[in-house]
Design a protein around this ligand. Structure first.
Ligand code: ADP
Ligand code: MG
Length: 386
């Protein structure tokens, strides 16, 4: 278990992160701006976070030597990547504080365990069935169709999911997913989607960002909008309360994101959790006086938490690799200079060398005094980007 630590880890110390993607990069930026040194462990020598970190350990997540080096360098470790093997987090946790804990990450990285946790917390979930054996497949209630078959592990951005309409399609889909452990979820009539980013400290104190309204395209987050009135107050209150009980049920330490569905009848259903900052919280860098990444630093260092204050309405647009590819797939540079003539545009690029369709290359956050002008600017930016 994590060595007990009551005093905070102060600036000047080194903070480590498992995973070198864009989330790790923005964590590194936040930690460095507060005066910490940083270490990133990622097998890719050109990882977005590794390129900006003081230390970059190129090793696999399970390589005991890489993990030992991370432990030697750091005063505390966090993760930006939910598929870090629990054993790696446990190995680190025997030597230094790790937030979130291996047990929390183990729940978030497995859909069936995640659903069971939601049920335990008494928060509403989609009707579903766990499919790990041929018997469970045969016993599926037809009420769950049409549904979505999702692998229990390693899915992201809609990958590892198949739409199924009939028992026959379900059986074929499970074969296609190589009989991997899965969860079948009933397809729900969504009105919209939203998410909450919460930070919970070692002492159990919780703060959260305002509820974020999200639009997905093709299973990938496309747009996040955050402003007063982006959804009914009662729904926002329910989402915040559900997020808090999910975090408390895990005795969670760190930043946690909970994704929700709002159904056409106005009810709220929990979809999934991420044991880390989340794409839908990126707007907080520019729209709040403290970001989800600053909260990640504070939770892992045991520093006091303060609720981030949103100082302007915000719309975040994800910048996918498609923008770097012309019709025929030929590379191009998106017209950044033109986008940046628009007021209140904050460009974030992750430093990824290769653009691929659907790959998250960066994001653009638009802020302004009123949501109407922010929306008009975001629409204009999307047009300019083409
Ligand atoms: P991922 O891990 O890829 O983010 P999700 O389970 O969040 O997987 O699914 C991706 C998207 O697919 C959701 O954001 C939502 O738009 C849609 N989706 C997922 N499950 C359902 C469902 N049960 N009913 C309707 N839409 C769904
Ligand atoms: Mg999701």
């Amino acid at each position: 278990s994590t060595p007990a630590r009551s005093h905070p880890i102060l600036p000047g110390a080194t903070l480590g992160v498992l995973g070198g993607g864009q989330l790790g990069r923005m964590f590194v930026h936040a930690a460095q701006s507060m005066g910490y040194f940083t270490a990133v462990l990622d097998p890719d020598a050109h990882s977005p976070a590794g390129r900006v970190s003081h230390h970059h350990i190129h090793s696999g997540y399970e390589d005991p030597r890489g993990l030992a080096e991370l432990a030697r360098l750091c005063a505390a470790v966090t993760t930006e990547f939910e598929n870090v093997p629990a054993a790696a987090l446990e190995q680190l946790a025997s030597r230094l504080p790790v937030a979130p804990a291996a047990a929390s990450v183990a729940v978030a990285q497995h859909r069936a365990r995640e659903k069971a946790h939601f049920v335990r917390c008494g928060v509403p979930v989609a009707p579903h069935a766990v499919i790990e054996t041929a018997e469970q497949l045969a016993a599926v209630d037809a009420q769950l169709l049409p549904g979505i078959l999702k692998t229990s592990t390693l899915g992201y951005d809609g990958k590892g999911q198949l739409q199924v309409g009939t028992p026959r399609e379900l059986a074929a889909a499970w074969q296609q997913l190589k009989q991997a452990p899965c969860v079948l979820e009933k397809r729900l009539p969504l009105d919209f989607e939203c998410s909450v980013v919460l930070a919970r400290g070692r002492d159990g104190s919780c703060v959260s960002l305002p509820v974020q309204r999200n639009l997905h395209r093709g299973g990938i987050l496309a747009v996040t909008e955050v402003h007063k009135g982006n959804m009914p107050q009662t729904l926002a209150g329910q989402a915040l309360a559900a997020t808090k009980s999910i975090a408390e049920g895990l005795n969670y330490v760190g930043v946690l994101c909970v994704e929700f569905f709002v159904l056409q009848d106005g009810s709220l259903v929990v979809n999934e959790i991420a044991p880390r900052p989340h794409n839908s919280g990126h707007w907080s860098i520019d729209g709040c006086d403290s970001s989800q990444f600053a909260l990640q630093v504070r939770t892992m260092a045991g520093l006091p938490l303060a609720t981030p204050r949103q100082h302007s309405p915000a719309i975040m647009l994800n910048l996918l690799g498609d923008l770097w590819l012309q019709g025929g797939g030929a590379p191009r540079t998106p017209p950044w200079a033109q986008v940046l003539t628009l007021p209140g545009c904050h460009l974030h690029l992750y430093g990824k060398a290769e653009a691929r369709a659907g790959r998250k290359m960066g994001h653009l956050t638009v802020t302004g005094a009123h949501i109407d002008t922010v929306r008009a600017t975001a629409l204009r930016a999307a047009e300019v980007l083409g």
